[in-house]
Design a protein around this ligand. Structure first.
Ligand code: ADP
Ligand code: MG
Length: 725
């Protein structure tokens, strides 16, 4: 047996089975071995039905049968009853006052039951157990590894991600069979042994045994750490390679001086924050290095990223191309491309840049799917003008227009720059060396890159998915900005909130109400019962709370035209209250809306709540946020309280990571990390270690595929996945 063998070469696998395995991305032996358990279940407290005694609190696994509902003899109260059977015995189950139970589950279902043994000897039954439906029974009673060996080992069994037709148990047994077929003996550990020793990580063979069939919880833990390290390490190697490629390429040297920058920033009607100044310094320092810059600028909405972009763009647009590059007389200066994710945002940036540059003889172009503009217009130098795409691209190609703002069409349409020296990307999650090259096209020099984001992600995640970038954080908000007053509203406290919002409406303001769902919850799903739906909530508010105000509804299932109509009405203040799902479109910008009520706040991450409340800080009035929760849990209230005290969204993202784990993170899903990788993100030391080792490896072994072919092969595979997006 070899790692690259198809599973079908060794096991009987029919077509349906094969399809199911493909859904889990399992085709080869290697795929199977790397399908790691999602978690472990401790079965030390699990008992066989045959061994149960009266008054015992117990957990049993088994199959349900004979489910029905009847009335109790005397009280006439409804009782649901049935049986559970696990191979050792069959026992009666009774649920009192819960007649619906018999309808929720079906005969033949596999379940985990936790409850108390009641009744009398010979007539024992399980009373009111909690039921957890399972796809299969995880425990084979004949399976020796689950027998208590008396060795003091933990009794853990792995639980794998399943799919229809492939059970966790099947995966487990097939892995064990691969072990029996001596697959482990053929394995070579791709990770250098020095690295494993340094961080006390188990080598591959041991780690595979420990992760799939651990004898001790601490072994499983140690194996998971190894695979987490490995995953982050490969990503970091890939990022380090991208970095090395960028470093090796020729770029433009842009010399600027503090005086020159000051001439530009002195005209601002505000004083730059310390963070803004620091970012500008860091960027202009990179401009004189011999390597192309790759920098990420992170800052909350409103922290002033555009001012940083404009100032550094100024340094570029006022610089001359290097002498001798072109024998002909140079026309024009170095060029800047500024890319935004949507047309609306591109237009907004164009307008801001006109404000920043109108006093200078620097032309600015705008390219979007729906047309092109240029500033200034020949006839009125204070205004922009529409021009044809052909005309604009000609002026970009001959270097006459130094600053070009646009959407993604900048890359895909035939836009050629003469001397593209600086690329600024707003809210683009991945923008790699390839795209940067595409933009630069025939130019032999790689432009400097500044990527900007307001999406709050924790530092460890940023270090991983932006491992090739240097990171700068805009920590402070501009002085004098009104911070959102945030109140946590518990059960029974909504009257005060509504009174406040009403007084704001009366003063001429508007409000958002954010709900977690679109339609009425499914009554069968108990967990959904408390979630307020957008449509129902809008009706309720109109009927009971805000009778005299206009309420609009906005959610993701509406057509773009319907959404536009509602947004325009809200913008024009024909709607006072906008009841919406959490996916209120990017670009929603209504300065008069200064109140936001977020229902079911406990269901959101803190970073996400922070972004939601960011919608009410666009104006000059005091903004308010109400985070409404029905939860009585102190932990939940404490978590939400962080909203009132945190400095910025990034701090809240760190809170989320500690409280809720990586899987819940904003931006985490797009990162291409596995569940295990997301787990690793909680561990700053691990991420830093993987990053340092990866950078060191790439620096010391420029020919990675020669020296470490196994690592190179894994890294190439990640590269493919990332570039597919
Ligand atoms: P971001 O892109 O980070 O969301 P912007 O750059 O659009 O933020 O800035 C938001 C608003 O704040 C703009 O109106 C801008 O003019 C203003 N602004 C930027 N920096 C400062 C500052 N240091 N002091 C006061 N206002 C500022
Ligand atoms: Mg912005």
């Amino acid at each position: 047996m070899k790692l690259s063998d198809s599973l079908a070469d060794h096991f009987r696998i029919d077509t349906a089975h094969k399809k199911a395995l493909l859904r889990l991305n399992i085709e080869t032996v290697s795929d199977l071995l790397y399908h790691l358990p999602a978690r472990y279940e401790d079965i030390s407290d699990v008992q066989s039905v045959g061994s149960l005694e009266k008054n015992q609190d117990t957990v049993v696994y088994g199959q349900l049968s004979g489910l029905k509902t009847r009335k109790a003899w005397k009280s006439k109260k409804p009782i649901a009853e049935g049986y559970v059977e696990d191979g050792s015995a069959k026992m009666k189950i009774m649920w009192f006052n819960q007649p619906y139970i018999a309808k929720m589950y079906t005969d033949g279902m596999y379940v985990k039951l936790a409850g108390k043994v009641s009744g009398s000897e010979g007539k024992l039954y399980l009373s009111n157990p909690e039921v957890e439906p399972l796809d299969s029974l995880p425990i084979d009673r004949h399976d020796s590894i689950f027998k208590d060996t008396g060795s003091g080992d933990d009794t853990l069994y792995p639980v794998y991600r399943e799919t229809k037709g492939i059970t966790s148990k099947w995966i487990y047994h097939t892995v064990l069979k691969c072990f029996e077929k001596k697959i482990l003996e053929t394995l070579i550990d791709p990770i250098p042994v020095e690295i494993l020793k340094k961080y006390n990580l188990p080598e591959l063979k041991t780690a595979l045994v420990w992760i799939h069939s651990p004898k001790k919880a601490k072994d499983a833990e140690s194996a998971r750490k190894r695979f987490a390290f490995e995953e982050v390490f490969y990503i970091q190697v890939q990022k380090a390679q991208e970095r090395a490629a960028v470093s090796a390429a020729q770029t433009y040297t842009i010399r600027t001086s503090p005086q020159h920058i000051k001439e530009f920033t002195d005209r601002f009607e505000f004083k730059l924050t310390k963070s803004q100044n620091k970012s500008i310094e860091a960027i202009t320092k990179n401009f004189v290095d011999n390597h192309a810059m790759s920098r990420l600028l992170e800052g909350d909405v409103g922290s002033g990223k555009t001012a940083v972009a404009a100032t550094t763009a100024y340094a570029v647009a006022t610089s001359r191309p290097p002498e001798g590059m072109d024998k002909k007389i140079e026309y024009g200066n170095l060029q800047v491309a500024y890319m935004a994710p949507t047309e609306i945002l591109a237009k907004q940036h164009f307008e801001s840049f006109i404000e920043y540059f109108q006093h200078l003889p620097i032309q600015i172009g705008l390219i979007t799917g729906s047309g092109c503009m240029k500033f200034p217009s020949k006839s009125d130098p204070t205004k922009p003008t529409k021009i044809s795409k052909a005309q604009l691209t000609k002026w970009i190609a001959n270097g006459e227009i130094p600053i070009v703002i646009g959407t993604h069409s900048l890359i895909y349409k035939s836009v050629e720059f003469k001397h593209l020296a600086y690329v600024i990307i707003d809210e683009q999650h991945r923008f790699g060396t390839n795209q940067r090259k595409k933009l630069a096209k025939k130019d032999s020099r790689l432009p400097h890159l500044l990527s900007m984001t307001a999406t709050p992600i924790p530092r460890t995640l940023a270090l991983t998915i932006y491992g090739d970038l240097d990171i700068t954080l805009l920590e402070e908000m501009p002085a004098g900005r009104k911070a959102v007053k945030t109140t946590i509203v518990g059960p029974g406290q909504s009257k005060e909130m509504y009174d406040h919002v009403r007084s704001e409406l009366e003063a001429g303001r508007q409000a958002y109400v954010i709900c977690p769902r679109i339609e009425e919850p499914d009554p069968d799903k108990q967990t959904a019962l408390n979630m307020k739906s957008v449509i129902a909530e809008a009706k309720r508010l109109k009927k009971d709370v805000f009778q005299e105000w206009n309420i609009g509804v906005l959610h993701g299932k509406m057509t773009p035209a319907e959404k536009d109509k509602i947004m325009n009405e809200f913008n024009a203040h024909k709607i006072d209250i906008l009841c919406a799902t959490s996916v209120v479109e990017v670009g929603v910008n209504v300065p008069n809306a200064t109140n936001i009520i977020i229902e079911g706040a406990e269901r959101f991450g803190l970073a996400q709540l922070h972004q939601l409340r960011g919608r009410v800080i666009r104006g000059t009035h005091q903004p308010y946020c109400f985070a409404v929760t029905d939860s009585k849990s102190d932990k939940t209230r404490d978590r939400l309280k962080a909203l009132a005290t945190a400095k910025n969204g990034f701090e809240l993202a760190e809170h989320d990571l500690q409280f809720r784990g990586g899987g819940e993170l904003y931006g985490g899903k797009q990162s291409g990390l596995s569940d295990l990788g997301m787990e690793a993100i909680r561990n700053l030391k691990l991420v830093e270690a993987a990053r340092n080792e990866a950078r060191h490896l790439v620096e010391t072994h420029p020919e990675l595929s020669k020296d470490f072919p196994l690592i190179a092969e894994r890294v190439a595979r990640i590269g493919e996945v990332l570039h597919m997006e």
